[in-house]
Write a protein that binds this ligand. Structure first.
Ligand SMILES: *[C@@H]1O[C@H](CO)[C@@H](O)[C@H](O)[C@H]1NC(C)=O
Ligand SMILES: *[C@@H]1O[C@H](CO)[C@@H](O)[C@H](O)[C@H]1NC(C)=O
Ligand SMILES: *[C@@H]1O[C@H](CO)[C@@H](O)[C@H](O)[C@H]1NC(C)=O
Ligand SMILES: *[C@@H]1O[C@H](CO)[C@@H](O)[C@H](O)[C@H]1NC(C)=O
Ligand SMILES: *[C@@H]1O[C@H](CO)[C@@H](O)[C@H](O)[C@H]1NC(C)=O
Ligand SMILES: *[C@@H]1O[C@H](CO)[C@@H](O)[C@H](O)[C@H]1NC(C)=O
Ligand SMILES: *[C@@H]1O[C@H](CO)[C@@H](O)[C@H](O)[C@H]1NC(C)=O
Ligand SMILES: *[C@@H]1O[C@H](CO)[C@@H](O)[C@H](O)[C@H]1NC(C)=O
Ligand SMILES: *[C@@H]1O[C@H](CO)[C@@H](O)[C@H](O)[C@H]1NC(C)=O
Length: 748
């Protein structure tokens, strides 16, 4: 029992010795013998090879260390080719002239002398070797006997008539012949046919030679025929190639499935390869790896980039585990098929598009920048105007007096309200500007006056005066709602008054239906309004363009003096008088024409012309009349001088009112029309006089209700609670609008 156990243990140990992992040789194993590397599965020291068949003996011969397998000197061992190069002895057959007989030398038997087992790892390489015979009368054979006993025999024959027949490097029968051998040969035996000898030709060819040798590196030389011994660097020996493999299993499958315990391909990234020469297998590293597949981790990644021509010279090489890849410079693309760097059209298109996009973006940025710049400039200009017009003062005022019903409009707001100052929105054109109907965002209708005056206007402290105007709150004065200062010439925004003008009432188609009494009341109201204007501030606010078409009428035919603000736009510096004349023809104060100095008495003169209009029902200026008849005021003054008033009065007026009233009115008009302003009554006096005259009216009952109300408010302080109702505003949209011959003076 104990003996059996021991035996079993011994077997186990034996198996363990060759199990994968433990089979790996220790690092103390010698791997070099002289100049020759001995890689695993071969080994020099015990336990350093895959098996005893792979043992190599390292011997010192003539002072040089050389490896040997059996009797053969090993030149090199290749793992990739699974080959070993050894030195093989040349067999010679020579004539000895002293003994006059043929002599043989060299080994006739190669590799092993006993017929080996099939698991014997070595086979004579059929690919790399050829049976070579040299001589001019030589016939040799080689033979082997395999394990089954069936032999193989090959013949090599070489002959010639003499040296001239021979040719260097030619080995095809004349002096030299080479014969292929089959696979599976484990050993060979060679000999010469004795009856084919050099006894007759010994004088130029003493010896014949026969050897199985590596074909690469062999060149036939004619000297081999004449030389005594066919020799080379190996002293009567030549290289021969041996295929080795692990042959105690029949194939890779056999090794991997049936004999896993002794499977030799241990490394990762290794593979099993069937032996190409007889049974068995070898191992190799898979492509991309190099090294020893028989060792754990023996196959190592090949850095292909270190080799030449893996990638195009103008490209880049990138090594990966088991491979590599190529890339090219920007703008080029790697073409795998041709292994070149070609121009990348997609990249170029991309770059082009990118550049184009960049240019577009840059241009857009510049454009945008310019736009912003322009806008800023514009805003700056607007702000400059605003400042020049005294907008800052206005702002401060508005801030401090929160209750003020006054608004500073932006230019955009007004452009929007008037549909960009559209012609269809024009309510009227005057000597000093154009009035547009505007609709504000809250649907409120307003009258927007855009003054035609230009030049030095903005230098005036407009804002300061606008504040005063905005505070005027009188029932007979159109309310100033706001202004716009950020334009060159300020724009004024008034309440919108609906029911036409006094001008239309007097000169319109329906003038007969209006009682004189009503006209008188309207004129009185206008006078109250103007009087209020004159008395409101010091120096007095001068209307500057008093005329019947500037006296608007609201729903109740109550007078509202309009267009008063523009007078403040008039220049005060004398240089401007030539081009800028305030007022309307027919109403113009003759003194103003001479002095260019607008005073409150200029308004009184113009008001006198209105009185004439209601008395006579005539236009202040008749263009069709003769030169002396042209001006109503001149004609009237003339008539008064000649006591001819009766002729001047309109017929319906005469029939309607008492002569006392009419004479009184005519007298008042005459005073107003005095050539010298000093002699004219003040507006307050005119209003008072009108109030007095109205009481002489024969039809006081025809008067409208408003009278009583108006009375109480005359001269009274404006109260903040007294808001003028915003109903409508019209400045003669019809043909009755007076023609202003001076309009052309303001052409831009
Ligand atoms: C093959 O040979 C090796 C080394 O000589 C040995 O370890 C292994 O057991 C053998 N395998 C077979 C199936 O004979
Ligand atoms: C393997 O064989 C090829 C020819 O088949 C040869 O060129 C190469 O040098 C051999 N490699 C080694 C390491 O002997
Ligand atoms: C020829 O034979 C003789 C006698 O055996 C021997 O001594 C001599 O070395 C031989 N010559 C050659 C060239 O082999
Ligand atoms: C044998 O041949 C050699 C070379 O040709 C010559 O030198 C020698 O004398 C010869 N010997 C005899 C015995 O003929
Ligand atoms: C050489 O060959 C001839 C025949 O060609 C033969 O008669 C002779 O005996 C041979 N010589 C030797 C030494 O075998
Ligand atoms: C054999 O001859 C060829 C052709 O002349 C030459 O290229 C080659 O180098 C020679 N080889 C040897 C080993 O001399
Ligand atoms: C080859 O033979 C010649 C003549 O026999 C000899 O002189 C030469 O040394 C030999 N070559 C080598 C490498 O031994
Ligand atoms: C070898 O492969 C095995 C399994 O695939 C893995 O576990 C091991 O880490 C690998 N070794 C190396 C050195 O890559
Ligand atoms: C190896 O050889 C066996 C039998 O000869 C065959 O079945 C198998 O396919 C071969 N394997 C490879 C990888 O060539």
């Amino acid at each position: 029992m104990q003996a059996l156990l021991c035996l079993g243990l011994g077997l186990t140990l034996l198996v363990a010795q060759y199990a994968p992992g433990t089979a790996a040789p220790s690092s103390e194993c010698r791997r070099w013998c002289g100049d020759v590397e001995i890689p695993y599965p071969f080994g020099i020291d015990p336990g350093c090879s895959f098996g005893k068949d792979f043992d190599i003996s390292c011997k010192v011969q003539d002072g040089i260390t050389k490896p040997f397998k059996y009797t053969l000197e090993v030149l090199s061992i290749s793992l990739t080719n699974s080959t070993a190069r050894v030195l093989n002895n040349i067999m010679g057959y020579c004539y000895n002239n002293s003994t006059t007989s043929m002599e043989e030398f060299g080994n006739s038997m190669v590799v092993d002398e006993i017929s080996p087992a099939p698991s014997f790892p070595y086979r004579l390489s059929d690919i790399h070797n050829k049976f070579t015979v040299i001589g001019c009368n030589a016939l040799a054979f080689m033979s082997d006997t395999d394990d089954t006993g069936t032999g193989y025999q090959a013949y090599g024959v070489a002959s010639c008539r003499g040296l001239p027949d021979l040719q260097d490097r030619s080995c095809s029968g004349i002096g030299c012949s080479q014969t292929m051998i089959p696979k599976k040969m484990r050993s060979y035996y060679t000999d010469f046919f004795k009856s084919v000898n050099t006894s007759k030709i010994w004088e130029f060819n003493r010896c014949s030679y026969a050897v199985l040798m590596e074909t690469t590196g062999f060149n036939f030389s004619t000297s081999y025929i004449s030389n005594t011994v066919f020799n080379d660097t190996y002293l009567g020996r030549v290289p021969m190639v041996i295929d080795w493999a692990i042959r105690n299993v029949s194939s890779c499958e056999d090794a991997q499935w049936n004999n896993m315990g002794t499977y030799a391909c241990l490394s990762n990234n290794s593979k099993c390869v069937n032996s190409t020469n007889h049974l068995g297998y070898t191992c190799s590293c898979i492509p991309g790896y190099d090294g020893n597949p028989y060792l754990l981790d023996g196959c190592i990644d090949v850095n292909e980039c270190k080799k030449d021509h893996q990638c195009p010279s103008d490209g880049f090489c990138h090594n990966t585990d088991g491979g590599h890849w190529c890339s090219c410079r920007r703008g080029k693309v790697y073409v795998y098929e041709s292994k070149t760097c070609n121009t990348d059209t997609k990249f170029i298109i991309g770059v082009t598009i990118g550049l184009f996009g960049l240019i577009v973006i840059i241009m857009a940025t510049i454009f945008w920048g310019q736009l912003i710049c322009q806008k800023r400039k514009l805003n700056k200009v607007k702000l400059e105007y605003f400042r020049q017009h005294g907008g800052m003062i206005l702002f401060d005022k508005l801030k401090s007096e929160k209750g003020l019903a006054f608004k500073v409009f932006s230019e955009d707001e007004l452009i929007h309200a008037t549909n960009n100052f559209d012609n269809s929105r024009i309510l009227g054109r005057g000597g000093n500007g154009t009035v547009y109907k505007g609709i504000l965002k809250d649907k409120m209708s307003v009258a927007v006056k855009r003054c035609a005056l230009a030049d030095e206007r903005q230098k005036k402290e407009f804002g300061q005066e606008i504040i005063i105007l905005s505070q005027i709150n009188h029932k007979n004065i159109v309310k100033l709602l706001g202004c716009c200062l950020e334009v060159e010439v300020p724009i004024l925004v008034y309440e919108f008054v609906l029911n036409g003008t006094l001008f239309e009432l007097i000169h319109g188609k329906n003038h007969l239906k209006i009682s004189f009494n009503t006209l008188l009341r309207i004129v009185h109201e206008a006078a109250e309004g103007l009087s209020f204007l004159h008395s409101y501030a010091s120096p007095p606010i001068i209307h500057g363009d008093v005329k019947s078409s500037n006296i608007l009428l609201d729903n109740n035919y109550m007078a509202k003096v309009s267009d008063f603000g523009t007078s403040i736009l008039a220049p005060s510096d004398k240089e401007q008088f030539v081009t800028i004349v305030q007022g309307t023809c027919g109403y113009l104060d003759p003194e103003y024409m001479q002095t260019c100095q607008l005073t409150d008495k200029s308004d009184v003169y113009s008001f006198g012309v209105i009185l004439l209009e209601i008395l006579t029902g005539q236009l202040p200026l008749k263009l069709e009349g003769s030169e002396t008849q042209r001006s109503l005021s001149l004609v009237f003054l003339c008539a008064m001088k000649n006591n001819n008033l009766d002729d001047m009065l309109a017929s319906h007026v005469k029939s309607e009112e008492s002569m006392e009233l009419l004479t009184g009115l005519a007298d008042l008009a005459k005073q107003c029309l005095d050539m010298h302003g000093i002699n004219r009554p003040s507006m307050k006096e005119v209003a008072d006089e009108l109030n007095k005259l109205r009481k002489l009216s024969v039809h006081p009952w025809l008067q409208l209700d408003m009278e009583a109300n108006a009375e109480s408010l005359l001269g009274g302080e404006p109260t903040s609670g007294h808001e003028i109702e915003l109903s409508g505003y019209t400045i003669g949209e019809n043909e009755n609008q007076p023609i202003n011959p001076r309009s052309s003076y303001y052409a831009k």
